[in-house]
Design a protein around this ligand. Structure first.
Ligand code: S3P
Length: 165
């Protein structure tokens, strides 16, 4: 199986939906943020101590490792920023989880597990600005786009499988 890569902004549901898709397809799953935490420790601490650019290098290295595995990959929301990553993703099965920015903000604010250095301490207007600065990249890199705003993970996962078939 060729890797299936889920992209989308923070709060789009990449982790949850990757779990559902992997369950249906009975395949491996790579959660890039989880692997990065194993490698570099807390992402927010790493941003504080080493900066975002250093984080992006680890992220790119991991993407290149994961992309050839037969798995569903939940990326981090900023994976689309690096040109090198865009090249890696260009001819792959990339699925954009498209979500309304107000819904994203609600999910980010209600997520007590993840402290996100690019969102948690930002004003809603700054989060929206970041979203709109990335939107075109998500859209450009996607082979398939699936709306996630007011839908449950199972429904979204089933649509992904149908669209891939
Ligand atoms: C980031 C998104 C996060 C994580 C890091 C940076 C971003 O992943 O990789 O905090 O810049 O969008 P999620 O999209 O899983 O929250």
């Amino acid at each position: 199986m060729e890797a299936i890569i889920l992209i989308g902004f923070m709060g789009a549901g990449k982790t949850t939906i990757s779990q559902e898709v992997a369950k249906i397809l009975d395949c491996q799953r790579v959660d890039m943020d989880d692997v990065l935490v194993e490698r570099i420790g807390s992402i927010s601490e790493f941003f504080k101590n080493h900066g975002e650019a250093a984080f992006r290098k680890h992220e790119t290295n991991l993407l290149k490792e994961a992309i050839n595995q037969s798995s569903v990959i939940a990326t981090g929301g900023g994976v689309i920023l690096q040109e090198e990553n865009q090249d890696v993703l260009a001819d792959k099965k990339v699925i954009y989880l498209k979500t309304n920015p107000d819904v994203l903000i609600d999910r980010i604010r209600n997520d007590e597990e993840n402290i996100r250095p690019n969102a948690t301490n930002k004003a809603d207007s700054e989060i929206k600005e970041l979203f709109y600065s990335r939107k075109n990249l998500y859209e450009k890199l996607a082979k398939i786009t699936v709306e996630t705003s007011h839908r449950c993970p199972q429904e979204i996962a089933n649509e992904i499988i149908q669209q891939l078939a």
